[in-house]
Design a protein. Structure first.
Length: 279
């Protein structure tokens, strides 16, 4: 009596058989083989008879001949494509790579800024002495001229300005680098006049949008007033009109090593009322 104790698959032949059929046979024999139809095509057939001694090595040999690979993950054998054989790029990817990169133009953002006065850049509004005399109108109030700038508005009589619909207390008024907290006279009567004498105003810069951080945290805008430079020789002036009276004195001292600029201004409406009201 003859007995055969070798493996039952010793006489199996694989050459020419469908790879899917071979994989399913191995799975039926108890091997945990996992594969995908995207990797193992039904048209693939075993090229040659494997010569490896074990079932796992035989399967790996057949897969390598077809450009595939076998990876072990614990008890599971995965049929994979080797790293060297990458998937061909999709048609959509090819078209995307062929498209030229969009060219983004430079975007420059400028805050709204206007200037009135001397030594201002050409892009700013410029008012000379004779223009200021015409624009200040009654009371010779320099801040009322700002109502002509875009984004600025006032009640008509008041010297306070509203910037782009903001409140009046959201505006910062600066004179020679110093903020003016109470720069208006007759605040109970629409703040008709400011403390600024138009004869000492050299330039007015107005920010109605974003402004530098040096001006603090005001919301609406900034009015930055720069005084006129003192004269090369002493100059004194007295002015009286229907609404205001004031004096102006400026000039050099110490042989030009120092300069002074002095201005005083008061309203005359109270004096006028005293004269008119005799009761």
């Amino acid at each position: 009596m003859l007995a055969w104790s070798g493996p039952l698959w010793a006489a199996d032949t694989f050459a020419g058989r469908s790879l899917v059929e071979v994989l399913e046979q191995f799975r039926a024999e108890g091997m945990l083989v996992v594969y995908s139809s995207d990797v193992v095509d039904e048209s693939l057939r075993v090229v040659a008879e494997p010569s490896a001694p074990t079932r796992e090595l035989m399967l790996a040999e057949m897969l390598v001949a077809l450009g595939l690979g076998l990876e072990r993950r614990g008890d599971i054998l995965l049929v994979v494509k080797p790293p060297s054989s990458a998937d061909p790029p999709s048609q959509q990817g090819d078209v995307k790579n062929q498209l030229p990169s969009p060219q983004i133009e430079n975007v420059v953002v400028h805050a709204s800024r206007f200037a009135v006065g001397e030594r201002a850049p050409a892009s700013f509004a410029l008012l000379r002495d004779n223009d200021i005399d015409q624009l200040v109108g009654a009371g010779r109030e320099p801040l009322k001229t700002l109502a002509r700038l875009p984004g600025m508005a006032s009640s008509g009589l008041s010297s306070k300005q509203n910037v782009r619909g903001g409140e009046q207390d959201e505006m910062l008024l600066v004179f020679d680098g110093l903020p003016l907290f109470e720069p208006f006279h007759l605040k109970d009567f629409q703040s008709l006049f400011s403390t600024l004498d138009p004869r000492v105003v050299g330039a007015i810069e107005v920010y109605t949008g974003g402004f530098p951080a040096q001006y603090g945290d005001r919301l609406s805008g900034v009015i930055d007033v720069t005084p006129q430079p003192p004269a090369d020789r002493p100059h004194h002036e007295i002015g009286v009109d229907f609404f205001n009276a004031g004096i102006l004195s400026k000039g050099p001292f110490a042989q030009g090593q120092g300069e002074w600029l002095l201005s005083a201004r008061r309203g005359t409406l109270d004096l006028l009322f005293d004269v008119v009201n005799t009761d």
